[in-house]
Ligand binder design. Structure first.
Ligand code: NAD
Ligand code: ZN
Length: 351
């Protein structure tokens, strides 16, 4: 089969590799129908994720059709269309029992790390993929949901929802600010709407992304390059700050921004993956009763979000900026890698 193989920093190629085989009785083999590229794949390609070694097939998102099932798999059948969660969950360990699939202790490669596709085992940017712990890691695709919509549920929608909205305790009437309107920040914006906030303020450097944010439910957009960006945000509140401030970029500057605009008693939900330490001014924050959360997605709300997508409660079509054929994977990487120029959000890659 063909797959996108990581060759080392700044090198990957769409090439012939052996087809995956069932290795454990809980495995299935899935023929990929639709996959996509994540910002994390670009980090891997730059060489920023050393756990990914040359030879690894990339990708952790997608929808496909089951072609083989392991002997222990009883609730799935050949021919089923399934959404692949980006996190693999054994379903039995102490973390899985709590729904904290992000830390599944049975995970292959590194116990305690649930994200293994395209990281510690071969991933979904391929014609076929081996899926471990299939019964507890894939979700049947309902008839009314397209493979492209399903692919948004592998990672970005659960990430925005769980780490941004749920951990940020967004509730009815809240003013929510989301810093960074990339695919993940846009997912925070789209899923925050499910809880009835009074305002959702998108903050980004890129005016195109603020426009996109409004199509996904943001009520206001603020350009963070404006010198008075903070005053603009505070003017959209009662002057005291936002109830929930979500960081969806992953750099010290935007984490500091998220602390700057939150009101006393408010929540700061950090979604961004940081490569460098950030400053945490506890001397100022403690007396303001600020709550700060962070985490790796578990995809434990994928099934709930799937219902919302099925009922058209999330305008999923706004996420999809480009469509490619599977054999044009390298072209898809090029377009996604130049998002500021190409206005790429999610590129859908279809078999
Ligand atoms: P992205 O790079 O596509 O989007 C980031 C956005 O931030 C862009 O629109 C950019 O213009 C904007 N931005 C950059 N600097 C800014 C600034 N100074 N002020 C305001 N906006 C600024 O990234 P993405 O794919 O949307 O992912 C966002 C973050 O979420 C990344 O750090 C990613 O690694 C992380 N992530 C976390 C999890 C998790 O489980 N916690 C899962 C997936 C992704
Ligand atoms: Zn587990």
């Amino acid at each position: 089969m063909k797959a996108l193989v990581y060759k080392g920093p700044n090198q990957a190629s769409w090439e012939d590799v052996p087809n995956p085989q069932i290795l454990q009785p809980t495995d299935i083999i899935v023929k990929i129908d639709t996959t996509t590229i994540c910002g994390t794949d670009l980090h891997i390609l730059k060489g920023d994720v050393p756990a990914v070694t040359p030879g690894r097939i990339l990708g952790h998102e997608g929808v496909g059709t089951i072609t083989e099932i392991g002997a222990a798999v009883t609730n799935l059948a050949i021919g089923d269309h399934v959404i692949l969660a980006c996190v693999s969950a054994c379903g039995h360990c102490s973390y899985c029992k709590k729904g904290l699939f992000a830390h599944c202790l049975a995970s292959e490669g590194a116990p305690g790390v649930g994200w293994i596709f395209g990281h510690l085992i071969d991933g979904t940017q391929a014609e076929y993929v081996r899926v471990p712990f299939a019964e507890t890691s894939v979700y049947p695709l309902p008839a009314g949901v397209t493979p492209q919509q399903g692919t948004l549920l592998s990672d970005i929608l659960p990430t925005g929802h769980e780490i941004g909205v749920v951990d940020g305790h967004v509730k009815a009437g809240d003013v929510v600010a989301v810093i960074g309107a990339g695919p993940v920040g846009l997912s925070v914006i789209a899923t925050a709407g499910l809880y009835g906030p009074s305002k959702v303020i998108a903050i980004d450097l890129d005016a195109n992304r603020l426009d996109k944010a409004k199509l996904l439910g943001a009520t206001d957009g603020v350009l963070s390059s404006d010198p008075d960006w903070k005053e603009q945000v505070l003017a959209l509140t009662d002057g005291l700050g936002v109830d929930v401030s979500v960081e969806a970029v992953g750099i010290p500057q935007t984490f500091a921004m998220s602390l700057d605009i939150v009101r006393p008693g408010g929540h700061v939900a950090n979604v961004g993956v940081h490569g460098k330490p950030v400053e945490l001014p506890l001397q100022d924050l403690w007396i303001q009763n600020i709550n700060i959360s962070m985490g790796l997605v578990s995809t434990n709300t994928l099934d709930v979000l799937l219902k919302m997508v099925e009922q058209n409660k999330i305008p999923t079509e706004e996420f999809i900026s480009h469509t490619f054929a599977l054999q044009d994977m390298e072209k898809a990487y090029d377009v996604f890698g130049r998002a500021a120029e190409t206005k790429a959000i999610k590129v859908m890659i279809n078999a």
